[in-house]
Design a protein around this ligand. Structure first.
Ligand code: NDP
Length: 490
């Protein structure tokens, strides 16, 4: 068990009132850490440090190449600590070691990507009438508040921190209180590479207290948030009072459309991966599978056969294919939705229960669950469950598939499986979603933008778009012939 601390102005700190909160291992319910229960005063201290560091120019004032060299050192350290970070991530979040290992490697790659991107040309000049020269430069936004959830404790942090720092901002970062362990290790790395004091600050504490202070404080110029849509809406409202720049990566209820002409085993395999990777606690999870009528029964039979075989267990068991749910509270939410589905009249084709046998009884495990006989208006079809629960729906033709696929408030991701490339692209172009796959599901890249349409968010993470979120754009007009304008009589 460890006693975590916050990182404010280059110092490791307890909460000013010494309060702490317990952090649990979701695989067995054991206490793994005490985390500071930060207060508004702590949040203000972090914001103050970030503001001073920003204004001093210690980070925004150095060259992009110098900042890039810090990011490269961070990436190297992440690689060097890969084994430890992987173990911590599995303990913190519950995900299998294999998944955690991917996240750690991706985190290092993300820092490397932004270390390269920030040194590339990024301005513009315009041919305007003589004697003027117009140009545009990109500048950091200032102090950025970064608030992340628990499903990818390390990777979600890095998706925000790497571009924010690359662009020259200073940050006030808040991990989810459910999973603060790996983020704390990341900040130890920042200290080891010698990031200047106050550039990267981490506060812990309740979202409604510390997170809300970050979203409302006038000295925070931008909020970048990943989490639930309800919280995202609250943050946007709060941030409006000080007109902060807002970037939101929120929930989803993403469709995975399987046409009868798809490669059958590939489609089943990716559909399983789409929903059960991360125990379904993935914003882009393919939680609604839409199958063409003529293939439906065969698809459901094979999907259920394979879902039943998924080996659920603790993340640190190398044979585990699906880990636990992140917390007791979230487990209750998922079980609530399973009961709700039954009450709504849907049929459980497999799963549907908490797993309490075989030494898993103290952890938060749920069976891979499939609902059939569902209707579009049901809440289990419309709402984000964020667990290993999928609904399998039927469609007649392309038009109906698109209508069902787009028929929720969300628009984060979507997949299409067909051997007809033209049809696949036609359907993808009609999907109101920001991330799509043809004959695949889930892979994403540091180079490509990540984010949603509709109520799945605003703005994009990753790629050039992800960097631009953390930049202001300044127009500069230079007079090459310095003489009075002569507009008014002399
Ligand atoms: P939240 O959206 O509540 O939490 C995400 C982060 O926001 C956490 O760091 C949280 O802090 C913080 N936060 C909470 N309230 C506020 C606030 N008022 N102001 C500022 N920050 C705040 O997610 P939950 O963990 O409660 O999960 C709820 C649902 O959200 C899930 O069931 C799932 O449907 C969805 N979700 C979606 C994710 C995605 O990637 N799209 C990720 C996680 C959840 P703290 O942890 O201290 O509460």
């Amino acid at each position: 068990m460890v006693n975590l601390k916050m990182f404010i102005d280059g110092e490791w700190k307890d909460a000013e009132n010494q309060q702490t909160r317990l952090v649990y291992n979701p695989a067995n319910g054991e206490i793994i850490a005490h985390a500071p229960e930060g207060t508004i005063t702590d949040a203000r201290a972090a914001i103050d440090a970030a503001r001073k560091a920003f204004e001093s120019g210690v980070w925004s004032g150095i060259s992009a190449q110098e900042r890039a060299s810090y990011l490269l050192k961070i990436a190297d350290k992440i690689d060097a600590y890969a084994e430890e970070l992987t173990q911590l991530e599995t303990m913190d979040n519950g995900k299998p070691l294999r998944e955690a290992g991917f996240d750690v490697a991706d985190a290092a790659a993300c820092f490397r990507y932004y270390s390269g991107l920030i040194t590339k040309p990024d301005g513009q000049t315009y041919h305007v009438a003589d004697p003027m020269q117009a140009m545009v430069v990109r500048e950091p936004v200032g102090v950025c508040g970064l608030i992340v959830p628990w499903n990818y404790p390390l990777l979600m942090s890095v998706w925000k921190i790497a571009p924010a720092l690359a662009a020259g901002n200073t940050i006030v970062f808040k991990p989810s209180e459910v999973t603060p362990v790996t983020p704390k290790k990341l900040f130890e790395i920042f200290e080891e590479v010698g990031l200047p004091k106050g550039v990267a600050n981490m506060v812990m504490g309740a979202g409604a207290v510390v997170g809300n202070e970050i979203a409302s404080h006038p000295e925070v110029d931008m909020i970048s948030f990943t989490g639930g849509t309800k919280t995202g809406k609250q943050i946007m409202k709060t941030a409006a009072d000080t007109m902060k720049k807002v970037s939101l990566e929120l929930g989803g209820k993403s469709p995975n459309i399987i046409f009868a002409d798809a490669d059958f085993e590939t489609a089943v395999d990716y559909a399983l991966f789409g929903i059960y990777a991360g125990s379904g606690q993935v914003c882009s999870a393919g939680s609604r599978i839409l199958v063409e009528e003529s293939l439906y029964d065969q698809f459901v039979a094979r999907f259920v056969e394979r879902a039943r075989k998924i080996k659920v267990g603790p993340g640190n068991d190398p044979s585990t294919e699906m880990g636990p749910i992140v917390s007791a509270e979230h487990l209750e939410k998922i079980l609530y939705y399973i009961e709700l589905g039954k009450q709504e009249g849907a049929t459980v084709a497999c799963g549907g229960n908490r797993i309490v046998a075989d030494g898993l009884e103290k952890g938060y495990f749920v069976e891979p669950t499939v609902f059939v006989n569902v209707e579009q208006k049901m809440r289990i079809v419309q709402e984000e469950i964020f667990g290993p629960v999928v609904v399998i729906q039927k469609f007649k033709d392309e038009e109906e598939a698109i209508k069902l696929a787009n028929g929720t408030i969300y628009g984060l991701a979507g997949g299409v499986f067909t051997k007809d490339g033209a049809k696949g692209l036609r359907v993808i172009k009609k999907l109101r979603a920001g991330i799509t796959w043809l004959n695949s599901y889930h892979p994403t890249y540091n180079e490509a933008p990540w984010g949603g349409y509709k109520q799945s968010g605003i703005g994009r993470s990753l790629g050039t778009f992800g960097l631009e979120e953390f930049q202001e754009i300044k127009q500069i007009n230079i007079n090459l012939q310095v003489e009075p304008v002569g507009w008014f009589s002399n």
